[in-house]
Design a protein around this ligand. Sequence first.
Ligand SMILES: *[C@@H]1O[C@H](CO)[C@@H](O)[C@H](O)[C@H]1NC(C)=O
Ligand SMILES: *[C@@H]1O[C@H](CO)[C@@H](O)[C@H](O)[C@H]1NC(C)=O
Length: 304
Amino acid sequence: MERRVVSRKPILLSIAPVLLVLAVFSSSLSEAADSKASFEDNFDVTCPVDHFTTSEDRQIWYLSLDQKGGCGFKTKQSYRFGWFSMKLKLVGGDSAGVVTAYYMCSENGAGPERDEVDFEFLGNRTGEPYLIQTNIYKNGTGGREMRHVLWFDPTEDYHSYSVLWNNWQILFVVDGVPMRVYKNNGKENNFFPNQKPMYLFSSIWNADDWATRGGLEKTDWKKAPFVSSYKDFDVDACQWEDPYPACVSTTTDHWWDQYDAWHLSDAQKLDYAWVQRNLVIYDYCSDTERYPTLPEECSLSPWD
Ligand SMILES: *[C@@H]1O[C@H](CO)[C@@H](O)[C@H](O)[C@H]1NC(C)=O
Ligand SMILES: *[C@@H]1O[C@H](CO)[C@@H](O)[C@H](O)[C@H]1NC(C)=O
């Protein structure tokens, strides 16, 4: 795998086939469209009122960060397996040190037994590229980071960021393109979160101790407030109900947990290969300095 940031131009040139297969992929997802629902029905906001605003029609939500603190929201419901999607527009301009997180987690806080599926958007100095960091936690342990650059400026417009989660794979999807494939080896002590229902969260916070160039670039508070925007929440999933919802035993009745969603399609494989060639800048599965013995899931093929 190439571990470098390619210039914008070759990416743009090679995007045509991606857009083509993208159209095919998104049409196969149209079954999920009927589940669009409003933010207010689905989320609780977890920050002071002055850090949270909406558009007049309340369809767009804005989370802001300043020196007093950040902001976040969380789904009222938790889910086990499904399709989770939202459109985000990230903090523009000088956003070094600022992290917007969009993630699923089985708990409210950073508990020692939590499962987590993370998208984190690491801000940067004006004109320097945002990075997407993705990660998986199982029972409180993480360390499964990958980092990607994007083929567009995520601060200029809304783009969709989605997670497909079933018992075979977790896909991290950006505008319909599978950026990362995380597989389940099916063994008893696997590192695949598949037991605990998870909530969907988003938050914006200051992480200038590590985020941008490893913490070298500090947040410039003169540029505050930093604002990220959200719209078009879309969930098609098995909603959890204690003690055990019926849909847990029938998840295979749903498109997101059927054969086609257990593996990449041929079209998705093309996109995924393109991402691997052009956008990956860090993969823990290639970091033998950090993991002299690579975690077991690193040997699983995303192509199966
Ligand atoms: C999960 O983590 C907790 C706390 O670290 C530990 O006590 C427990 O045995 C773990 N459970 C499993 C199934 O590994
Ligand atoms: C920020 O920009 C620098 C310079 O282009 C780049 O090396 C770095 O990977 C970018 N992102 C982060 C999160 O540091």
